[in-house]
Design a protein around this ligand. Structure first.
Ligand code: 5GP
Ligand code: MG
Length: 178
């Protein structure tokens, strides 16, 4: 498998992902104390597939919305300053909310998003990331739920892109040489 001539190395296969996602959904519902309904906020675009799989593994009424942000500046590394490109449309005040992102790297982006959602007054706000990169944190942010942990490779597939390609791959791949 390759994208624009760059080889991709398989890291997590689709069956392992589905198995983990189903287990994770159970852990999340338990942690919310078997709530009657859950509000889910996925971060576009990277978390769209993870969010879709996770909510389909939840056997309770779920309200789904998406938030899109962009980092200020042009640098490859996250700056921690976010701009809201698309806000959520649902009212989460007084609701039990799960924030879903694709990757926890430095933690700068998700900690800002967490603060932003918190200011909307949910009764409970927990966070879930599909992948946590080990040893990369620049904040003390900890996700409440983590799908998988990896080393610091550049990852594509399962919603994650490399120059907007690769999101449709059903597994996770490391871009060779990253
Ligand atoms: P952080 O603020 O934690 O450094 O940035 C995390 C964000 O950077 C993720 O939500 C994701 O959009 C992007 N990101 C970090 N690592 C990767 C990676 O390996 N592959 C892709 N496609 N995006 C990544
Ligand atoms: Mg992202």
């Amino acid at each position: 498998m390759e994208i624009r001539g760059k080889p991709l190395r398989p890291l997590i296969d689709p069956q392992s992902i589905q198995k983990r996602v189903h287990k994770l959904a159970g852990e999340i519902l338990d942690a919310f104390g078997n709530t009657e309904e859950l509000y889910v906020v996925g971060i576009l675009k990277g978390a769209f597939i993870f969010t879709a799989d996770l909510v389909r593994a939840m056997n309770i009424p779920v309200v789904v919305d998406f938030l899109q942000v962009s980092s200020y500046g042009q640098s490859m590394e996250s700056s921690g300053k976010i701009r809201i490109m698309k806000d959520i449309e649902i009212d989460i005040a007084g609701k039990k909310v799960l924030l879903i992102d694709d990757i926890l790297d430095t933690g700068l982006t998700i900690s800002e998003i967490y603060r932003f959602l918190k200011s909307k007054g949910p009764s409970e706000l927990k966070s879930c990331v599909f992948i946590e990169k080990e040893g990369r944190r620049k904040t003390d942010f900890e996700a409440d739920f983590v799908g998988f942990k990896t080393l610091n490779y550049f990852l594509v597939g399962y919603g994650l892109d490399w120059g907007e390609l690769g999101r449709n791959l059903p597994g996770i791949y490391a871009v060779e040489g990253s």
